[in-house]
Ligand binder design. Structure first.
Ligand code: DUC
Ligand code: ZN
Ligand code: ZN
Length: 481
């Protein structure tokens, strides 16, 4: 009788700390053995391939509800397909709140829609209205349901929170034992600069970057950290675009604060010049924070090497280029303020990071695994179920060809979005098979998974996000306000 349901045979297993030639034995959807010469009821040949833990993408927007009704075009089925095509097996996406409303009903709707997922999933709850009911009653309730992270925007109408509301969310998170992720850009500065640009007739997509230069991201990051320090609430700064911003995080970390920083592939391979392509084309590359200058990627690699930035997520936020719902919702003459922000990137995340990082000589294989799987799983309470290859972990694996050269096309992304900002980018390193909880769900680009086979990942309390106990004067204001 075979010892295992499935054996991944002959590959090189890579974890956050090791690179070893071994077979992986899987039973009941979990990893049960890592050893030489295992026998299974079935096997998959990984000769010449790396065996990596499935990607964990802790920042991506999938089927997000829109204020006027409806949802993002990227559905759970298309989004999951794209994830699996690119080697990602778990995601944390968003449940949003609309001002004047609570968070319980939308979260229930998100849970209902995510029942079609083919990857495992959880949510960050976006807070846009820090009402008493949300702060005192609803946040503790969703945390008890296992939704243990909140997201706040310091800019973006109509999502933006002012400093007082942000403090209330930090305090609520501290009381409930939740984590807080923050979009850091200065709302008033962007508003003021946007008005000036539009008055001067500077309306083209490239002025999106001019409306939000790097110092407004740096300022908001500094403020987000200072306020979190006052409350003693751990936070992660989302989508850091450049080193000046990472410096704020490094300073906080040096003071012993629990502040983490994330960056995304777009900040390594896109620049503000992409938004200056002819006609409306630049809209394809608009996201916030805006892509910076060509030299900025080198700074981000330094920030990764010094440990300031320790997670690379996609911030997948897909809007079709054509049609009437996406980038062109306000026509091709729309000014930059009226063009939806965001770039798609679920399937491109691992190949771009591997190619630019590992093949480019910036990081080693272990660091690649840490950035894309282990660290996100740890920071968001999914570890030790996700994020590594060891007995007891879910059998989420990617079989990776480190030498395969690929020129990216939109068809390879397998998302619903009609373009990729990475069209024509040459990468080395490519996922040839994805295994989710012991099931081979992608092989040679062919995704075969049952809609609804993804599982909700409830997240209980964990040490990493516990407050430090350092309060400015010992007074815990979070207990009262
Ligand atoms: N920026 C975000 O913060 N989220 C989605 C899209 C974007 O550009
Ligand atoms: Zn954001
Ligand atoms: Zn985002």
């Amino acid at each position: 009788m075979a010892d295992y349901d499935l054996v991944v045979r002959g590959g090189t297993v890579v974890t956050a700390s090791d690179v070893v030639r071994a077979d992986v034995g899987i039973s009941g959807g979990r990893i049960v053995a890592i050893a030489e010469s295992l026998t299974g009821a079935t096997s998959i040949n990984a000769d010449g391939l790396l065996v990596l833990p499935g990607g964990v993408d802790t920042h991506c927007h999938i089927e997000q509800l829109q204020e006027g009704g409806g949802a993002d075009e990227e559905s759970w089925v298309t989004g999951s397909t794209s994830c699996l095509a690119g080697g990602t097996t778990s995601v944390i996406t968003f449940s949003t709140q609309f001002k004047g409303h609570g968070i319980l009903a939308p979260l229930a709707e998100y849970r209902r829609r995510a029942a079609h997922a083919m990857v495992d999933y959880s949510f960050h709850q976006i807070i846009t209205d820090a009402s008493d009911a949300v702060i005192w009653d609803e946040i503790p309730r969703i945390v008890a349901e296992g939704v243990r992270s909140l997201k706040v925007f310091l800019t973006y109408d109509p999502l933006q929170l002012d400093d007082r509301a942000y403090l209330r969310v930090l305090a609520a998170a501290r009381r409930a034992g939740a984590f807080v992720t923050v979009h850091c850009e200065n709302y008033e500065a962007i508003r003021w600069r946007t008005e000036a640009l539009l008055k001067d007739g500077r309306t083209a997509p490239k002025y999106h970057a001019w409306s939000r230069p790097r110092m407004i991201e740096r300022e908001a990051t500094h403020r987000a950290i200072a306020l979190a320090e006052m409350v003693d609430q751990p936070i992660q700064v989302f989508h850091v675009s450049c080193s000046e911003v990472a410096d704020e995080i490094a300073r906080a970390q040096a003071r012993g604060l629990k502040v983490w920083g994330e960056t995304c592939p777009q900040y390594f391979v896109l620049t503000a010049d992409d938004m200056d392509r002819p006609g409306f084309e630049g809209a394809k590359f608009m996201c916030s924070p805006a892509p910076r200058a060509a030299g900025d990627a080198a700074g981000l690699w330094r920030d990764i090497k010094r440990g300031t930035l320790d997670i690379v997520s996609s911030d997948h936020s897909g809007w079709c280029y054509g049609g009437t719902r996406g980038k062109q919702v306000n026509g091709i003459d729309a000014n930059f303020r009226d063009i939806p922000n965001g770039v798609p990137g679920l399937a491109a995340r691992l190949p771009i990071l591997f190619s630019e990082g590992v093949v480019g000589g910036q990081i080693d294989l272990n660091q690649f695994v840490r950035l894309t799987s282990t660290n996100p799983a740890k920071l968001f309470g999914l570890y030790p179920r996700k994020g590594s290859i060891a007995p007891g972990f879910d059998a989420d694996l990617v079989l990776w060809d480190p030498a395969r050269k690929v020129t990216l096309t939109n068809a390879m992304m397998q998302h619903v979005i009609d373009y990729t900002p990475y069209e024509g980018l040459e990468v080395t390193g490519w996922p040839v098979a994805t295994i989710r909880r012991g099931e081979v769900v992608m092989r040679d680009g062919r995704v075969q998974a049952e809609p609804g086979s993804g599982r909700f990942l409830p997240r209980g309390p964990y040490d990493m996000i516990k407050p430090t106990g350092m309060l400015p004067d010992g007074f815990d204001a979070a207990l009262f306000a």
